[in-house]
Design a protein around this ligand. Structure first.
Ligand code: ATP
Ligand code: MG
Length: 455
């Protein structure tokens, strides 16, 4: 030893607003994703995976220049040749790009796609708001009819019920078509213009760029002012009204609880007609868990054909934050069986027992370093094991195993195959088994049979 001090080395932390997801929490994330795949698959959705980087212009044109996302939240940078690239802040514009690029309208329409993956927005990090966050989303492309809006929301409700959310409320509105919105925009501007000085900086800017967005302001004084504003509902065309009524009728029939929120407009430019949000209590200011709506113009805005579409994006980070305990418990992996060689039995013999357990799908850990029985039991306990298999020279010679219950300290010596079979049976009875079908999952089907019942 030289006695010299090593120079202090700066330890490196993750980038601001980006976090590591660690086990066992990642098991719950995976179970949520498996549930999405299973439920969306039932409705005919196939998975799409788009690149994380896109040309910046895709979002400028697709999401809209006047939106917060494009205006202030994008991670954009030039590549080595100076072309501006952006880490995707959302996945609908990339899906629309892929639809055009691969000429997917040649397939049977409507085309149903879902995605699961990270998104990036340069926002002020806080609970429920990260710079890298995850979305689970679905898009239905190529059909303008209200049955699509309805079916998509029924699927979303089915998914949330499979996660065992006890209550569910979709906040629903229609923002009309281009014509109704243009008329409304003019009326809203005319109403707000004399009050310009009472508006905050954000809303003043929006008055010029995107006045509809002022409707979802959170500033109390602005909310008061808006109470007397003209209502979007009065500017809707007969077709838009009929479309909305048909969507509501489907939600009624299939038992999806909703509330019409006349001021819900959503932040993205591309929405037409149906828009919706699902919020959850207990999340503070960041309470929106799902956002979505119809976007009949997006694909043509991106240079593609006229393809009406509708979709939603679930914020997976926030969803996990409020994920019901019952689902969470079942999603966690079952406790491992710990195999301890004792009395000088070589660790390889413990490994062999662990391998046999694993072969029957029982999670098993073997003590890999020769150690005392006491140390092995302590480690088993820290690793969350409930059963320890003890393998001493007597057991080895007799072809037997001792199963010890850590909680009661009771132990029983059994023939090897019998002991292994018992541990396999016990695992089957454990609650945590990946992504099990939830008891509430049949709920939508049951409600669908009874028009009048609501949750
Ligand atoms: P918010 O109003 O909370 O900023 P948003 O309207 O910008 O949400 P959308 O673009 O509709 O969000 O995205 C859909 C969902 O993605 C949101 O409801 C939310 O759950 C999630 N989400 C959006 N931004 C973030 C973020 N920075 N961190 C974590 N989740 C996010
Ligand atoms: Mg936002």
């Amino acid at each position: 030893m030289s006695g010299e001090r090593a120079p202090a080395v700066r330890s490196i932390a993750s980038v601001k607003g980006m976090r590591d997801l660690l086990p066992p929490e990642t098991a719950v994330w995976a179970a949520v994703e498996a549930t999405a795949r299973r439920i969306f698959g039932r409705y005919g959705y196939g998975e799409i995976r788009t690149p994380i980087l896109e040309e910046t212009e895709l979002f400028v044109r697709g999401v809209g220049e006047a939106t917060d996302i494009v205006g202030k939240e994008m991670f954009s940078f030039p590549d080595k040749k100076g072309k501006s690239l952006t880490l995707r802040p959302e996945n609908t514009a990339p899906v629309a790009r892929a639809f055009v690029e691969h000429n997917l309208r040649e397939r049977a329409l409507p085309l149903k796609l879902f995605y699961i993956g990270p998104q990036f927005r340069y926002e002020r990090p806080q609970r429920g708001r990260y710079r890298q966050f995850y979305q689970i989303g679905a898009e239905l492309l190529g059909d303008p009819g209200p049955a699509c809006d309805g079916e998509l929301l029924v699927m979303l409700a089915c998914f949330l019920r499979a996660l065992e959310f006890p209550q569910l409320l979709v906040l629903l509105n229609t923002v009309g078509d281009e014509a109704s919105r243009a008329a409304y925009r003019a009326a809203l501007r005319a109403y707000l213009a004399p009050h310009r000085n009472e508006l905050g900086e954000d809303s003043r800017r929006r008055l010029d760029t995107n006045p509809l967005r002022i409707l979802d302001t959170k500033v109390p004084a602005e909310r008061e002012l808006l109470a007397g504003a003209p209502a979007l509902a009065d500017f809707l065309s007969a077709e838009c009204r009929a479309h909305f009524a048909a969507v509501c009728a489907i939600l009624d029939r299939f038992g999806v609880p909703y509330r019409v929120e006349p001021r819900l407009v959503r932040g993205l430019d591309y929405y037409t007609r149906t828009v919706f949000e699902i919020t959850a209590g207990g999340l503070g200011a960041q309470d929106a868990v799902v956002g979505g709506g119809r976007y009949d113009r997006l694909i043509s805005d991106l240079g593609g054909p006229e393809v009406p579409a509708i979709g939603f994006a679930i914020g997976q980070d926030r969803l996990l934050d409020v994920c019901p305990e019952s689902f969470r418990r079942r999603a966690l992996p079952p406790p491992p069986v710990f195999v301890a060689p004792v009395g000088g039995v070589p660790v390889e013999e413990a490994l062999a027992v662990a391998e046999e357990l694993r072969a029957s799908d029982v999670p098993a850990l073997a003590e890999l370093q020769p150690s005392s029985l006491k140390a092995a039991l302590r480690r088993a306990d820290r690793l969350g094991a409930r059963r320890v298999v003890l393998l001493g020279p007597d057991e080895l010679a007799a072809g037997e195993l001792t199963i010890k219950d850590l909680a009661s300290a009771a132990q029983e010596r059994l023939p090897r195959s019998e002991a292994l079979a018992r541990l396999a049976r016990e695992k089957e009875a454990e609650p945590g088994r990946g992504a099990p079908a939830a008891p509430g999952e049949q709920e939508t089907a049951r409600l669908a049979r009874d028009d009048k019942e609501t949750v």
